[in-house]
Structure formats: C-alpha cells, structure tokens
Write a protein that binds this ligand. Structure first.
Ligand code: UDP
Length: 330
C-alpha cells in the first residue's frame, strides 16, 4: 500500500518509514524539517518539505499522491517548552492536526494512525496503566495530544474517518546498524543523555530523585524500542486499510519497566565507560512509575516487541551515538 507519513523525517517517523519499506509498502514523507532530518530518509523516499499549518499544501499532497492511509507524527514534543510557549504548541499540534483531518475528509477519507503519548494520563497511581484510565494531562504538550485524539474521534463520528491512536511510553534506542537514531536539539531523555555523557559531552549524570517508593528508590519507566514502536505503526495501518479496525486506541510499551539505576547500569555495561553519577532533587511532575498495560495492543494487533532486554536496547542507542556524536550534523 501507499502511505503518506507526516513528520516522517523525525526520530520515530524515520524508523517507521524504514519498517514500512521493509514490509513492502510505498512511502511519501511530508515534513517541515523543523526538527526532522532529510538524511534520516532513504534516498528513494520522496520528501515534501511543507508545513501542516499551510492547509493547501496538505491537501495538495493528498491529491497528488493518493495514499491508502496517513500516519501522523508531526508535533512539537517538549514538555517544558510547551509550558513556556503554549500558543506555539496549540497552533502547531492542534491546528496542524486539524488541517490534516480537514484535508483528509475533503479528499480521500483514508484511515489515520496518530502518535499520542502516555502524557495524556498525567500523574496516576495505576500500575500498569490501562487505556481507560482517567485522562489528566499535566502539560500543554500532553493537552495538545489529548485534544487531537478527541478531534480525530469527532471526525470518526461525523465523517466515518477510520483511525488508530497509539499512546507511546518511553521511546528509546535506534536502528541496530547505527545509521539513524535520536537527534533532538534539546537532550532530555535518559538513555540519550547517558550515551552522550559516556562520550564526554557532559560531565556527569544527574539522578532525579532516589527516594521514590520503588525498589531502588529511582523512577521506573516503560522503555519501548523505536523499531518495535515502528512495527506497531505498520500493524496498525495494515489493520486499518484491511478494514479490520476503525476506531482504536492502544498503549505502546513493553508492559514492564526499568528504574533509572537499572538504565545507567546497562549504559555502563554497554559502553565500558562507567558514568559519574550524582543524586539530584526530584524533577517536578515525575511520577514514581509509568508502565503500560500493553494487553490491548498484543490482543488487538498481535504486537510482539523484539527488544525486551535493556542492554540490547541500550546497545542500539550506543551504536548510533558513538558513530554520530553530533547527530546528523557531522
Ligand atoms: N532522568 C534522570 N536523569 C536525567 C534524565 C532523566 O534521572 O538526566 C529520569 C527522569 O526523572 C525519569 C526517567 O529518567 O524518571 C526518564 O526520563 P525521560 O526524560 O527520559 O523520560 P520521561 O519519563 O520524562 O518522558
């Protein structure tokens, strides 16, 4: 099938493009390259460099390429920045998604797979978190994702638009050959930061709190490998186009978590360069545990993660960072 991948030049998008091609599909990418990288795409993949805020260009892309489905990754994703610049986040993430939805229903009404996030749940005591847990996003970023989920559902009710929403937990890792990986301008994610620290780009790793009610006192997160997440998109879009699903929301995670100390130990073991560690105060808004209840996607789509071993996950991230210490800008 032919897919339009919006935001396909970003971290998760580019890994998904790769898995879609491997599964035998055709791909066209639509991306404004605000944080994506053309180098992350195979040369045979057409890239439309345009913005979702430019509504006519979205419609033109759908009319020109006639895709069988759309996968939508394009969003600003930094929680802290979203609190300082809410207008930018609402405009980009919500208005951009609205333009895409409008263009889809005005052209081919093809199915949509949407990137959402566990941030829609906010702080919760549920461990693991099922999809029907209360939704209380605590950041503008999480709010924009929830608003978009609700818009998509309204388009489903009003126009019959088939959709699948995927709520990601902690996405990490890279293509095992080290050719593509995570390259955000601001580095906040634990595994990426630890790898860059092992490369000497930072002096030490801060552990944000070691007095949480968890076995070793540090926070537990569900770290899902980016290629497994990419495969979840392939499964979701295939099920939609075959007509097997028409309005589903799934968590994407392993269903179990690792603590900050377990992650840092794995990074030490993989790099052979023990990190200098320092315990710092808790980071505001960090719940002790965020772990997906992943049963629904296992049952509904046959999702079967390949990367369940933490060292193996970290090894793939290290393969990328070691060979691309400055991301795509060498
Ligand atoms: N963390 C940490 N030190 C860092 C970065 C992150 O201790 O330098 C912790 C953070 O407090 C959280 C976990 O690692 O408990 C994962 O954080 P990350 O920012 O990777 O993802 P989040 O769960 O916030 O989406």
């Amino acid at each position: 099938m032919k897919l339009l991948v919006v935001g396909g030049a970003g971290y998760i998008g580019s890994h998904t493009v790769r898995q879609l091609l491997r599964a035998g599909h055709q791909v066209v990418v639509f991306d404004n390259l605000s944080s994506g990288h053309a180098q992350a795409l195979p040369p045979e993949v057409p890239l439309i460099q345009a913005d979702l805020l430019d509504a006519p260009s979205v419609k033109a892309a759908l009319e020109a390429h006639q895709p069988d489905a759309v996968i939508h990754f394009a969003a600003l994703i930094e929680v802290g920045e979203s609190m300082r610049a809410p207008a930018r986040y609402y405009r980009n993430n919500v208005v951009g998604s609205l333009n895409l939805l409008q263009a889809i229903v005005e052209t081919r009404k093809v199915p949509l797979v949407f990137s959402s996030t566990a941030a829609v749940y906010g702080t919760t005591d549920a461990v693991p978190i099922p999809e029907d847990a209360p939704l209380h996003p605590e950041s503008v970023y999480g709010e924009t994702k929830l608003m978009t989920e609700r818009m998509i559902h309204a388009f489903h009710v009003a126009h019959g638009l088939p959709y699948t929403v995927l709520r990601y937990f902690n996405v990490c890792g890279a293509a095992p050959d080290g050719s593509i990986g995570e390259a955000h301008p601001s580095k906040t994610h634990l595994i990426e930061l630890a790898c860059l620290t092992a490369l000497g780009q930072r002096e030490k790793m801060m552990i944000f709190g070691d007095d949480y009610p968890t076995p070793d006192g540090t926070c537990i997160r569900d770290y899902v490998h980016v290629l497994d997440l990419a495969d979840a998109h392939v499964l979701a879009v295939e099920a939609l186009v075959r007509g097997q699903q028409d309005a589903a929301t799934y968590n994407v995670g392993l269903g179990h978590g690792f603590s900050v100390l377990q992650v840092l130990d794995a990074v030490d073991a993989v790099t052979g360069r023990p990190l200098h560690r320092e315990v710092a105060p808790r980071r505001p808004g960090d719940p002790p545990q965020l772990v997906a209840d992943a049963h629904r996607i296992v049952d509904g789509l046959g999702f079967k993660p390949q990367f369940t071993d933490l060292r193996e996950i970290v090894q793939t991230a290290w393969n990328w960072h070691r060979t691309h210490p400055h991301g795509y800008e060498q």
